[in-house]
Design a protein around this ligand. Structure first.
Ligand SMILES: [Zn+2]
Ligand SMILES: [Zn+2]
Length: 317
């Protein structure tokens, strides 16, 4: 399923026969998670250097030796720059990303640099493992930036929120979910996963959270979240794109509140999170779509028509 032009639907094409170069794995795709970033790519809010492109960066597939491997957003880094050599390869200016700079997983087959592929933890079928690869591990990177915060607000309770809620509960922390106003299904879903409270983002109160993570792409939530955290609290923006942040009084940032973004992932993040997930254990709630219905999955994500994560599955028969 190929994006040929920004703003258009993905189109099913007969793919070229892929071959792995030295250092690459030819992977038979079994499942690929759908991420909000895919919407930003389709909409042109995140630029794609070269089209056409196969999107999809939460890939679980079978390597030639039969192993189940995961292929995340980070596809390649230079290994030599000041970021790569200081444990921050997520910020490498030459980094390539799966489903943006190289073809991704909305396909039957894909190739990937084997240094950026990860073994899928035992006990996770492909369908359930797919959302761990972005929602899970970039979500977890955002979660770690909250430090020792005990009361954590999640603004937007989708694929990342539903994974993080389980990790946070496992660590004995409180999750307070804020959804689109009136989204009772998402609020019930959050409570069912152990959230301490769930409400619309219009109901966020003043200064009682130790930290907040904003997964929804709505910049207007930034001042809302800042007002909801205590002095010294952190607000983490977990998405790759947000609408503009409205101006807000300095008093909302004052008292050593911190505002930061989280970008991409390092391979160490992937190793850490994929080791942690089975210990919790994280259970993902997925809605399955056949590969040819990838556009429906994107539409449903945009409209908020499901709880949990969407995953597309190719039919290899
Ligand atoms: Zn993603
Ligand atoms: Zn680099």
């Amino acid at each position: 399923m190929v994006l040929e032009r920004v703003g258009e639907r993905l189109r099913m094409v007969e793919p070229p026969v892929l071959a792995a170069a030295p250092g690459q794995l030819l992977v038979r795709v079994l499942a690929c998670g759908v991420c909000r970033t895919d919407l930003h790519l389709v909409d042109g809010e995140v630029k794609i250097p070269e089209l056409p492109r196969v999107l999809g960066h939460q890939i679980v597939g079978e390597a030639p030796d039969g192993r189940l491997v995961g292929i995340p957003w980070l596809a390649w880094t230079c290994g030599e720059c000041e970021y790569c050599t200081t444990g921050r390869e997520n910020l490498c200016p030459l980094a390539r990303f799966t489903g943006r700079d190289v073809d991704g997983g909305f396909a039957e087959w894909t190739v990937a640099d084997e240094r950026f592929c990860f073994p899928i933890p035992e006990g996770y079928p492909a369908l359930q493992a797919a959302p761990l690869l972005c929602a899970g591990l970039i979500g977890h990177r955002a979660f770690r930036m909250c430090g020792v915060a005990q009361r954590i607000g999640l603004f937007g309770f989708g694929a990342a929120g539903h994974v993080l809620c389980q990790v946070a509960r496992h660590e004995g922390r409180e999750i307070h979910a804020f959804t689109r106003p009136g989204d009772e299904a998402a609020q019930a879903f959050a409570l069912g996963l152990g959230a301490t409270s769930a409400a619309g983002s219009d109901e966020a109160g003043p200064a009682s959270l130790d930290a907040a993570i904003i997964f929804a792409p709505d910049g207007a939530l930034v001042p809302v979240a800042l007002r909801a955290v205590v002095p010294g609290g952190t607000v983490v923006c977990g998405g790759i794109h947000m609408s503009d942040i409205p101006s807000f009084p300095y008093a909302d940032l004052w008292q050593e509140r911190m505002l930061r973004s989280v970008a991409n992932l390092t391979r160490a993040d992937a190793e850490e999170f994929l080791a942690l997930a089975p210990q919790v254990p994280v259970t993902t709630h997925v809605r399955r779509y056949p590969l040819e219905a990838a556009n429906d999955a994107l539409d449903d994500l945009r409209a908020g028509r499901f709880t949990g994560a969407a995953v597309v599955v190719p039919d290899h028969s």
